[in-house]
Structures are given as structure tokens and as C-alpha cells.
Design a protein around this ligand. Sequence first.
Ligand SMILES: Cc1ncc(COP(=O)(O)O)c(C=O)c1O
Length: 376
Amino acid sequence: MSLFNVYPLFDITPVKAKDVYVFDDNNTKYLDLYGGHAVISIGHSHPKYVAAISEQVSKLGFYSNSIQNPLQKALAEKLVSFSGCTDYELFLCNSGAEANENALKLASFHNQKKKVIAFKNGFHGRTSAAVAATDNAKIIAPINAQQEVEILELGDLVALEKALAKNDVCAVIIECIQGVGGLDESNTAFYEGVDLLCKKYNTCFIADEVQSGFGRTGDFFAFQKYNVTPDIISIAKGMGNGFPIGGILIHKNIKASYGLLGTTFGGNHLASVASSTVLEVIEEENLMQNVKEISAYFLEKAKEISEIKNIKGRGLMLGLEFDFPIAELRKKLIFNQQIFTGSAKNPNLLRILPPLTIKKEHVNAFFNALKIELSC
Ligand SMILES: Cc1ncc(COP(=O)(O)O)c(C=O)c1O
């Protein structure tokens, strides 16, 4: 059976990885500034992570959500102490789309409304309500298009209030820093305005931290730069360092009841241990401080390259904007320089999403390679 051909693939076959490096089947070593799409947080094959998952699978890899699972509770406690989000409860699932799907559904259960407000260039996943809230007509099938969604310009508080005043909006979903869309971020007045308007009109504010959460921006959550209190925070990607896990932090104003949400695999023993270990390593290795330091260094080095017209994003969620499409440059970085980077909806933007363990020497290696490829 052949594979359903939905991904344009680079002809590289990784077989092992260590920290910021990936090795292919010819033992060629690649510097990973893409982190498997912002997933690798504590570095590939981190020894503590490997040991914790191995030990757990040798004891109990999975049981359903019908029994006590202290590993989920331990993860919830660690998440509170790390994020400072004390007024929230945790529901665990398996991916970013699933996190947003649950967030949107919960918002609608909570206030009994059904329209969603999302923003231009936003990306929230490929499932039912999540894909409908994503600003990309190509990935929305007719079955998804039945969802009531209005896409607004990022930053437009006037349009937002006009939409919310109709009193039929269950949720406003927003990435504080857009990932796939191209690292756009509005200003303090906008995010704080969204928070206030959602409270005024009994609409849930969902912060999609699937990509920007777990320390990637130097704050634990990107929204924490602003004085806002989302009703629901969705998380995934860096949460498991590659082990599939997602979740939502739910404000205590939203009450649980049996059967409201559910999943077979979500929060299983292995996934919970993987994510708890990620949090322990972030703390032990002071990775959020590292994000800030390396990010500052990266921005300084970027000033040396005149072809870079703009730098977007925060922490280690960065976009280098050129005045030409970067597809060829990205290929050259992979095949000539053995460096993985990412692309975005904005064709001129090269995305940098490395493991949070990255060091200055890796930044130097990237800029040396970039100089070579830009002068060719
Ligand atoms: C901000 C954001 N939300 C949701 C998703 C969907 O996550 P997943 O691919 O795990 O379903 C992504 C994936 O790129 C994302 O960047």
C-alpha cells in the first residue's frame, strides 16, 4: 500500500537525533533550526526524557481515563507552578487541533452560543471547528464550512466589538504570535481589548498557545506579555518534545461535568510522563533564560545580513523576512549547508524554531551558512 500523498517531502530520511542535531540514513548531520515544526523543546533524545519514558513504558504505558492516573495530576501541578496559571484546570488530549477542537466545543457548551471569531492568517488545526477557524480556504472541506466563523483583521477591535455585540459568539480564538501565518503579532491595546470585550459580551477568549507555549517565546505562554486572562489556553507541540500530547487549561469559571469532554488516549501514562519530564528539564536547564539570551544574540547577528529586511516573532519563534521568496534558499540551507529551517504562509519568511537548548555556536553556524548561500 502506498502512502496517501499529502506531504511534499524533502528526500532526507532521519534515523537518529541528539539535542539540536538530526542524522540521516547516510549519517549526514543536520542542524535542526526547525524542531520538527516547533515540537522539539528540550532537545532530541534528551537522556532524562528517554529514561523517564523507557521506565514508564516498562511499567504501564497506557490505561484508559476510567481509572485514577496520578501522572496526570502530577503534570497538572507542575503546569500550574511553571505557568503561574493558578486559576485553571487541565484536560489532556493528543494534538494541537484536538486541543482547539475541545476548547471551541467547551466554550460553546459554557455560554450556549455557536459562532466563532478568528483572525486573518490564523492557523488552529485541521479538524472540524479548528479548521473552520483557520484562515486557509484550501484546507476547509464543505463539511467544515458549515461552522459559523467570522475572520477579522488582526488588531481590529472595532470590528470585534461589532461582531460580539450581536451576542451569538461563543469564542474568540487567537494565536498571540501567529505561527504558520508568518509571526505577526498585534499590540498590547489589541490583546487587552480582546480580553475586556470577551468579558463584556460573555464570550470565551481562547489563547492558542499550541506553538508559542511551553517557553518558546521566553515567557511560558506568549499571552503573558499582556495583562489578559484567557478563559481557555490550548497547548501541544513543545509539551511532549515529540511525544503526541495536547491539552487545554480551563479557567475555573467554566465548570466540568461528567461526559462534557473525553478521549481514549489523551493524558495516557506515557504522554503524561513525557510532558512532566519536559517541564522538569526546562527548569533544571534554565531553558527559558536560554531562550531569552539566544534570541537576543540571534537578533544581533541578524543585523549583519543586509538581505534580511525584517525580523518577526519573539524568543525562539522567529521569522526572517526577505524581499524574495525563500523556498530556494531553504532548500540550499538543507542540501548545501545541512541546516533545517521552516517556511510560512508568507512566502518571503524563513522560520526559525529550534530546540530551546540551542547555543551561540549553532547561531554562528547558521549565519555563516546563510552568508554563503546569499552570496552565491
Ligand atoms: C497555533 C497552532 N494551533 C494548532 C495547530 C495544530 O496542531 P496539530 O498539528 O498538533 O493538530 C498548530 C500546528 O501547526 C499551530 O501552529
